[in-house]
Design a protein around this ligand. Structure first.
Ligand code: ATP
Ligand code: MG
Length: 579
């Protein structure tokens, strides 16, 4: 440490809110270069490489082959896939000296597809799994929390290529098992949740979320089963349909001064109709407009949901992705005069050829109080399947704690996590865009099917710190720690020399050592630094040296033991080996 390029800090950086950001900066692991752009310092680089090493080993174990593609990519490939437009502002775009458009790669589906197309042509060539560990670039709207959400960050991205759906399932399962092994080795607490595939446009997809209260992702779990899902991916269980026969006729009521669901429910309860209504008996119609990527025009659309629920814009966006979505403004109402604000019912939409989707709870035979498409009027007993037929269902309603779990066991509650990995079955989106075919055994071309799989390598480092720290500093799991043992020499005498000698002996046995041989630095400062840096084992060569003893400290448990100097190397080696 007398020569290590390291300066630790006593104060938290002003811009840091989460523990990993504070501790990685204070411990001198990273330094900020620009918003969301970080330099990895010597100890940080070791940790980053260790994490990448674990992931690399597990990728190789499933037969993945490592390559390294460029990060600087010509626009044409992303035009061919449509992602030049779809990615919107998130892509870093640039021009070369001739004015040609380039981008810095946010992920590499396009290039991998072309790469395989260039080399392979027969079904006998497949399957193949290719991966890289590389810097990715995304101009995130809100870079935050240090390396947790960077604009330049490290990702392991892999891509599988198969001839048929069974093969894709096998490649997907292999990745799933590799991720489980890697994250287990990295000592992370995580859940696997089913997810939406977002910008990729595919089918089966799961996310690995490291559980921490500082996580940006909300997910739900069941009280009774191991069901876990992203809020965006929750599928609302539909109740059974009800008979339409014998239901009373729809009835329009004059309902003055009922601008809100609450006032509407009060009105009907005061009307002496012989029953009590709640917000869940009303059908709220939310109007939105959507626009496909690159399209000029917006399309107005209605969403019907029980009046006790709000639309969750994130869930709606996920369903409609890659189209944009926005609420209607005054001009939109003016352009569609049949939409009577505050009194919109399903039929104004359906009769005017606007799409109308309902929440899955709005099943055939359910009767509703809803807008009568006339100012100050509502209709009662409007029966789904009799008085209106929606265009389909949509998952746009908020998910609430206590909702029934979609697997039929228990109820849902929410938790928070950090997305550390993502696996999904892309299918043929990119193979179609680039016509990636393989000649089948019958001599006919077959379209290849793909999977795409990512791990945020730099984000994983921070996620580990989020889960493994205390008020004094980081507590690294041994496998990825910057060193196995931190040998600290304190005192004015021969302590430093002895510390260096022990360090040498340990290194000769293959133990990774950080040795604090700094002169003129107080023992207190050295101990504080050791705790901040978070190496799992510390060996203190201090005052006890006169009596021939040194001290062994365990960073995770805080345990301390005085041991004879002669036993030090053995004991440290045993601790490192897990003894
Ligand atoms: P997020 O929802 O957090 O923005 P994403 O779903 O866009 O992530 P993917 O495209 O699935 O990310 O990328 C694969 C992995 O890369 C993610 O699971 C995550 O671990 C990591 N990752 C994505 N964006 C970032 C970022 N800005 N900084 C650090 N790691 C990231
Ligand atoms: Mg993802």
């Amino acid at each position: 440490m007398s020569t290590l390029f390291l300066r630790t800090l006593r104060e938290d950086p002003a811009d840091a809110e989460v523990p990993s950001h504070k501790l990685m900066v204070r411990g001198g692991y990273v330094r900020r270069a620009a918003p969301g752009v970080y330099t990895w310092m010597p100890l940080g680089k070791i940790v980053l490489d260790n994490v990448a090493g674990v992931i690399r080993e597990e990728m190789n174990r499933i037969g993945g082959q490592e390559v390294l593609l460029p990060a600087l990519l010509p626009r044409e490939y992303y035009d061919a896939s449509g992602r030049w437009t779809e990615y919107g502002d998130t892509i870093f775009r640039l021009k070369d000296r001739k004015g040609a458009d380039y981008l810095l790669g946010p992920t590499h589906e396009e290039l991998f597809t072309l790469l395989v197309k260039g080399e392979y042509s027969s079904y006998k060539d497949f399957p193949v799994i290719l991966y890289q560990i590389q810097e990715k670039f995304r101009d995130e709207a809100r870079p935050r929390a240090g390396v947790l959400r960077g604009r330049e960050f490290h990702m392991k991205d892999s891509y599988s290529f198969d001839i048929d759906d069974d093969g894709l399932q096998r490649s997907y399962d292999l990745h799933r098992s590799a991720y489980i092994r890697a994250f287990d080795r990295l000592g992370l607490r995580y859940v696997i949740v089913s997810a939406m595939s977002g910008a990729m446009g595919g089918s089966a997809s799961e996310e690995f979320l490291a559980e921490t209260p500082t996580g940006e992702d909300t997910f739900v779990r069941s009280t009774e089963s191991d069901y876990a899902a992203n809020v965006e991916a929750v599928r609302t269980p539909a109740p059974p349909a009800l008979p339409i026969e014998g239901q009373p006729q729809a009835q329009v009521h004059h309902t003055p001064d009922t601008p809100t669901i609450e006032t509407l429910v009060d009105f009907f309860n005061a009307a002496g109709l012989g029953r009590t209504f709640t917000a869940a008996d009303t059908l709220k119609n939310v109007l939105v407009k959507t626009r496909a990527p690159g399209a000029a025009d917006w399309e107005v659309m209605g969403i019907g949901l029980p009046g006790d629920r709000e639309v969750d814009m994130k869930r709606l966006e996920a369903v409609l992705h890659p189209s944009e979505v926005a609420l209607l403004d005054e001009a939109d109402f003016a352009a569609n005069p049949f939409l009577v604000k505050g009194y919109v019912g399903p039929n104004a939409l359906l009769h005017n050829k606007l799409r109308y989707y309902v929440d899955p709870r709005v099943v055939e035979g359910t009767a509703w109080i809803t807008g009568a498409d006339k100012a100050d009027h509502h209709v009662m007993n409007l029966v789904c399947g009799r008085d209106f037929v929606p265009d389909g269902t949509i998952e746009a309603a908020e998910v609430r704690e206590g909702d029934p779990s979609p697997d039929g066991r228990g109820t849902l509650y929410t938790a928070r996590g950090i997305e550390i990995g993502h696996i999904f079955q892309l299918g043929r989106k990119f193979a179609n865009a680039f016509e990636l075919d393989a000649l089948g055994p019958d001599g006919k071309p077959r379209r290849v099917t793909m999977g795409s799989y990512g791990i945020g390598v730099s984000r994983v480092v921070a996620a580990i710190v989020e889960q493994s720290h205390d008020d004094k500093g980081i507590v690294w799991p041994r496998e990825i720690a910057p060193a196995d043992v931190h040998v600290v020499g304190t005192g004015k005498g021969e302590q430093n020399e002895v510390a260096l000698r022990i360090a040498g002996e340990l290194e000769a046995r293959g133990v990774r050592v950080l040795v604090d041989d700094r002169k003129g630095v107080s023992p207190g400062v050295k101990f504080t630094d050791a705790e901040l840096l978070g190496v799992p084992t510390a060996l203190i060569v201090g005052k006890g040296l006169d009596q021939g003893v040194v001290e062994l400290r365990d960073r995770a448990t805080g345990e301390r033991a005085e041991i004879p100097l002669e036993a030090a190397v053995e004991r440290v080696a045993a601790a490192v080996a897990g003894g």
